[in-house]
Design a protein around this ligand. Sequence first.
Ligand SMILES: [Zn+2]
Ligand SMILES: [Zn+2]
Ligand SMILES: [Zn+2]
Ligand SMILES: [Zn+2]
Length: 639
Amino acid sequence: MKNCTLLKQLEISTTTHILDLIHKTSSKHHLSDLQTQQISQYYKQPPSINSFLELYSLSMLRCDCVKYQQIVDEINDQIHAFFQTQTPLIQKIMAQERKSQPEPEPMQIEDDEDQNNMNNPDDPIQQQQLQQEDPQQQQPSQQTNVPCSQQQQPANTQQTTQPSQSIEDEICIPNSVKLKYRRINNGPSEKEAKCDNCVCQGKPPSESDNLIQCLLCLNYLHFNCIAKSKESFDKCYKDLEFVCPPCVLKYMDHFNKIQSALVPPSPFQQMGQINHKAFNFACDKSIINIRCVRQENKTNCEEITWPDIGELFLNQKKIQDFKPLINNHSLKKRKDDHILTTEVLPQNCLQIKECIPTPDQRSQYRISLGHLYFLGVYSIEQFNSKQLLDNVFNNSENWMNIEQCQDFISLYLNKHQADDIKVDSLTVQLTCAITFNLMNTPVRGSFCQHIQCFGLENYITAMYSMQPRKWRCPLCKKKLFTIQVDAYQYAILNTIKKCDIQVNEITFDNNGQIVNENIQKLLCLDNLPNYAIKNNNRMINLEMLSNETNNIFYKLQIIKNKESVNPPVYSNTLQNVINNMMLSSNQHLRSNSYANFYANNYYINQMKIQQQARMEEQQKLQTNKSKIGQNHDSAIIIE
Ligand SMILES: [Zn+2]
Ligand SMILES: [Zn+2]
Ligand SMILES: [Zn+2]
Ligand SMILES: [Zn+2]
């Protein structure tokens, strides 16, 4: 592809130029070799570039050190200036990208994909849709689904397995899969920016509000409402998997499913010498569940945690005493659990007190004060193991569909390839890690980044008797907010059981296809619920693999419509977008997010405006010159 070549050409000259810039600027500021080397580390040569817009954003140095910020800013300005000198080449690349790229415009992804589907009679999704209208044909369509998507991919298969692939091919393949799950996020809408679901229940907005987005519910919260005040927004860890306290509380225990919040998640924190808060709530249920989390590190809460020392009262009656652990206690952390109580009235008052310890208590016990807590009271639906199992299995939202499962494997292998480890196949165990029998329902957590599953049945049985229950993935230990059933591995397990094939592991290729041809041929989707084959479920782990960085931080910018000259306002906006982009990109993985694309659209537009302004200025200058000349001439004539 010619476009890739031009882009590659620019990429190489950019790299050379940037390395040169770093050295020139460093020596201008009389930096030592070591310091220069440190600054060089802020420039990570991009691993693979798909477009000019990516090249531009990935070329900027990302500095995490205040000491070098000024010099890095200076270098970035010069990189920006360098790109401006490359305008003719960039315009050529951009023009070719517009023409040749199958990639849809950022804002129109869904529309374009729909159109593609319409044009492609072999598309498995469309077949599915067509045949769903005709219920009698549903069975055969399920069986052709997988082989059909395989037929679509022979070109890919050849390219990815050829050892002597060109750079262009390597760059262009994963994009179609990657783009499918990339979450376009251009910051909150006007309504979302009101933060109605924040723990403050939507306080009046102020100009200094910074927002943070929950990866699970996608709601925006005020950064200051969920972070300890001493944590500055700019210094907060940049690639956080942020889950808001309301979600953490909500998905705390799958055996006690939340029906509604009687007291919505509310913050409480020690102020001076007291931490005492009362909540009034009405209730028509016979049992309530009281949950409390403590903000442990930066912005995330994890497990149920009550104050180290304190008391909980319901309707003036003490229902819980919180006693701190003695200093030499063998437990690392006190085993806090949520509180179930049936002593509930139509009108209730719940009071929580965090006590101030005496100096004696302070020296003998582990007491940590001043934390930010979030407390919520809920009405719940209680499940036993069998009910929970059915509940997970029968909820269509928990299923990662076949296509998503295959894409997950592609994205996973693609990611590990980028780390310079050559991986073109992946083997997962089909047996349960606990019993070594074949799994029944293969699951993982919605935040898990691994293809390997664990068996839902054994996991639920083990969790049921655990007190307190810490719902975490047994493989990667990430919190298990929601459970994800892998439809593909479920189908494979069903097939090998039905056909009595003696295997306990399965290998997938780059495209997520089963390497064992026998199993691939026999693969049968008969026992799968319809929604497991095709659904529109949002898969957070696929999104995270596609986005490469979680853009969850936003500076709320209240842009005032002053009647001022256009250019300064424009460059301000550009600067803001780039700032946001820098803020949300992490220092190890370079951001490929759409925020960059928007930033760069501004950049291109700004270049055009500047060019136009320059031309107009020159024209003015020339007309002025000729006017002056005329006057001068006429003056001579008069003399
Ligand atoms: Zn430093
Ligand atoms: Zn708030
Ligand atoms: Zn949330
Ligand atoms: Zn996991």
